[in-house]
Design a protein around this ligand. Structure first.
Ligand code: HSE
Length: 400
């Protein structure tokens, strides 16, 4: 019997306990032994819940128990998760986490501690929920130079963009709906400002380049500026607005950004709707691959966590190498990335054409008193210069 502990009995932690129960026999078969939950760490008590009998309030009880081989961290946030996880690894326990904030900030360091202690630090659930993207990058796509990763990696904002598109609603109304459905949190900042997606693309980029990519270095725009009028323009163009997290190889480095984009129907991520996530990967020998599925939620995320538990149960005496050193990768300036831009302005046509040259105008149903146009392809830096020269820019959305 392999004894495990869960730190944090919230949505994902309780999902882990549920998955271990639902699929007990098949999980035991695949792990080669029965997986038994010995402790649950939480500040709260859960009277009436069978987990109450396993509850501890001090993480050292788990760290000091030699019977516990594997620890699951589903608390969220960097601290105290980092202190607890590090203590578990130093005590010779394998750890899996769903916590992208922890992985983005401390991933390289925790991987190094795990290696030193001959255990594993895994984090499949930290990006894309139940979608197996981390293990795919670590073990299946190792023959490739990954030239591009573009993902819809935030379920909440994808739900909101889908709802705005389908129902023509304004941002605030859709946010309230997402909160009522339990997709968006009471404080939705991390999702709607793109911070969550930013940490996820930082993790994916670190894995493909094998170095530390600091999420603070990634230019990030959320969806808070997207309005019903933007959606009307998108419809007029036959496109969909999605929050994309993009990482592209540029020489020996990578350039990354998170921002809303206008996707044509031919784009592989165009049809990814509602809370679903998808990650598009382009490798220099593989070509294209797409990973699509349930990117958030209790059981999908718990499924990925428990898959890590099974993987670790099969490698109790082996550290599985993960290429992610703490050496910082200086990202290439995102302002060198080139694309077309959709712009809304109150400036006159003459001014638009004097600054941007030939553009393609777009009209949207019910929107008046302004111009909408698509620029030629140029770098972000060039666009910024021209937009400043034009002035009166109401909106800019990147074309994918
Ligand atoms: N808030 C995240 C999302 C949860 O909406 O995708 C999964 O990381």
């Amino acid at each position: 019997m392999i004894r495990i502990a869960v730190m944090g009995y919230g949505t994902i932690g309780s999902g882990v306990a549920e998955v271990l129960k639902i699929n007990r026999d098949s999980i035991a078969k695949r792990a080669g032994d029965e997986i038994a939950l010995k402790y649950v760490l939480d500040l709260r008590d859960f009277p009436g819940d069978p987990v109450q009998e396993l509850l501890v309030h001090d993480y050292r009880v788990i760290a000091d128990d030699p019977e516990v081989a594997i620890v699951v961290e589903t608390m969220g946030g960097v601290e105290p998760a980092y202190t607890f996880v590090r203590a578990m690894l130093e005590a010779g326990k394998h750890v899996t986490t769903s916590n992208k904030a922890l992985v983005a900030a401390k991933g390289a360091e925790l991987i190094a501690v795990a290696k030193e202690k001959n255990v594993n630090f895994m984090f499949e659930a930290s990006v894309g929920g139940g979608i197996p993207i981390i293990r795919s990058l670590n073990t299946c796509l190792t023959a490739d130079e990954i030239e591009e990763i573009t993902g819809i990696v935030n379920g909440t904002t994808n739900y909101m963009m889908t709802k705005m598109t389908e129902e023509g609603l304004e941002f605030d109304d859709v946010l309230r709906d997402a909160q009522a459905k339990g997709y968006a949190e009471k404080d939705p900042t991390a999702d709607i400002e793109g911070y969550d997606a930013c940490r996820k693309i930082a993790i994916l980029t670190s894995l493909v380049c094998g170095q530390q990519v600091d999420f603070e270095d990634i230019y990030t725009e959320g969806i808070t500026g997207i309005s019903a009028a933007d959606i009307r323009y998108a419809k007029a163009m036959g496109r969909a607005i999605k929050l994309l997290a993009v990482s592209k190889k540029d020489g020996d480095g990578y350039a990354a950004l998170v921002a809303p984009h206008l996707l044509p129907p031919s784009h592989p991520l165009y049809s990814v709707n509602d809370v679903f996530n998808a990650v598009f990967v382009h490798g220099n020998v593989l070509g294209d691959a797409m990973f699509y599925g349930s990117g958030a939620g209790k059981l999908p995320t718990a499924s990925a966590v428990v898959a890590d538990v099974v993987e670790m149960a099969k490698h109790l005496d082996t550290n599985i190498a993960v290429e992610w050193s703490s050496k910082k990768l200086e990202l290439t300036d995102y302002k060198k990335m080139t694309k077309q831009y959709f712009v809304r302005t109150t400036a006159p046509k003459e001014a638009v054409e004097a600054v941007f040259g030939g553009v393609e105008y777009v009209t949207a149903e019910g929107v008046s008193g302004e111009l909408g146009f698509i620029t030629a392809c140029m770098s972000e830096g060039q666009y910024e210069q021209k937009a400043a020269e034009l002035g009166n820019v109401l909106q800019m959305i990147r074309m994918a």
